[in-house]
Design a protein around this ligand. Structure first.
Ligand code: ZN
Length: 391
């Protein structure tokens, strides 16, 4: 496994590809594509280790087959604060000349598998100071023509953030208009979306018993994220529309490292998560400049009515696009109200508080009290009154 990683680092394509069973031409080809793709990514570090072997090493004689979970611990320069981990499931056999990989697939805990470098025959990679843009052939031109805009979107989000250090340093963005590929990438699980931010788990801390790879995962937070955007809707529209989706996803990725994921919460406070990303990406627009679902805010609001409560998690991520769309809208407006009444810096502090206490069921109520000096009920009624008079 060390020689496999060394082959990547030492630019030894033959050794990297040579682990694949030569009797499996498709696998050999994919292995070559993976090598070529990985060479384009600005990695600060990239190592492979075996996490677990199923099949028993004692019975692992010549001709025997075993399933191996392989960790790919890697850190993209300018994007990851610390190494993150992707996992593979390898099927290996012991041949006359040593171990050969006969199949590569998804392990039970995927941890971001498959990444774009696993999925795209020839990855386009364009880098700027704060972004690493990856694309397949459907969006290669888009990646090149929008790279400067993505860098501006990143700088926009960073320039607005007043919540202090600890954000992601930059963003990895994958672009495709291949819907199947978009839905499959990073095992993202948000099939109805057009843009998604996927948190990436930390690589396990190195253990004294090098090579066993069974270190404990530092799971108090996700050190980084990966963004994917379906470019289908953005190729022939005003570039400002694409900038909104990039600013939105980058906002998620920027503050993901703050989220406490050390335990499970009863709810995910999605109106805070999505409302903040919506507000951040569109805060420079006045209400009269904004469109929702093609309608002005005023006509959209007239159709859907004034809010009676803050959107629930089930409403925000509803599979009913009308419910989900209006819940994003109400979440966005709640943040806009918060910025109007308390100031933009309080919005950042509010969101930071909720992220840092995300495992507590009362974190929204506590943030209302500790950051805004109000109660959730008071906030909600103030929001409803503001909504009726301002939108
Ligand atoms: Zn979002």
């Amino acid at each position: 496994m060390a020689s496999y990683g060394a082959a990547l680092k030492g630019k030894n394509r033959a050794a990297f590809v040579g682990i694949a069973d030569p009797k499996k031409p498709d696998l050999v080809k994919k292995q070559g594509q993976l090598y070529d793709n990985l060479q384009k990514i600005p990695f600060k570090s990239a190592t492979y280790s075996v996490d677990a072997v199923d099949g028993g090493e004692s019975t692992f004689a010549q001709g025997a087959q075993a399933t191996v979970t392989v960790n790919f611990d890697h850190q993209i320069s300018g994007v990851d604060k610390e190494p993150v981990e992707e996992r593979y499931r390898w099927t290996v056999v012991r041949g006359a000349t040593g171990l050969l990989v006969t199949d590569v697939g998804a392990p039970s805990q995927r941890r971001g598998y498959p990444a774009p470098w696993d999925s795209v025959p020839s990855l386009t990679v364009v880098t700027r100071t704060h972004v690493v843009v990856m694309a397949d052939d459907t969006s290669s031109g888009f990646a090149k023509s929008h790279a400067d805009a993505l860098e501006s979107d990143a700088e926009y989000d960073f320039a607005h953030w007043t919540g202090g250090s600890g954000t992601a340093p930059g963003f990895a963005v994958f672009l495709t208009s291949n819907r199947t590929l978009y839905q499959d990438i990073y095992d993202q699980g948000r099939d109805e979306s057009v843009g998604v931010t996927v948190p990436m788990p930390a690589a396990p801390a190195p253990t004294p018993a090098a090579g066993t790879g069974s270190g404990t995962v530092n799971s108090a937070s996700y050190p980084s994220s990966r963004i994917a955007v379906d470019t289908t809707h953005y190729k022939n529209v005003d570039p400002a529309d694409a900038d909104i989706v990039f600013k939105h996803e980058m906002t998620h990725a920027m503050i993901d490292p703050f989220e406490d994921v050390s335990g499970r919460s009863q709810q995910d406070h999605l109106w805070v998560v999505e409302g903040f990303a919506e507000w951040e990406s569109q805060r420079m627009y006045s209400p009269t400049e904004l469109l929702y679902d093609g309608a002005s805010l005023h006509s959209y609001a007239s159709k859907h009515g004034a809010p009676k409560a803050l959107p629930t998690d089930a409403e925000v991520y509803s599979s009913n696009s009308d419910t989900s769309g209006s819940s994003y809208f109400y979440s966005h407006m709640a943040m806009r109200y918060m910025a109007d009444k308390y100031g933009p810096e309080k919005v950042d502090q509010f969101v930071l508080y909720v992220y840092k206490h995300a495992t507590g069921t009362m974190c929204v109520d506590d943030a209302m009290k500790n950051v805004l000096g109000t109660s959730t009920d008071q906030f909600t009624s103030g929001y409803a009154a503001w909504f009726r008079s301002s939108i």
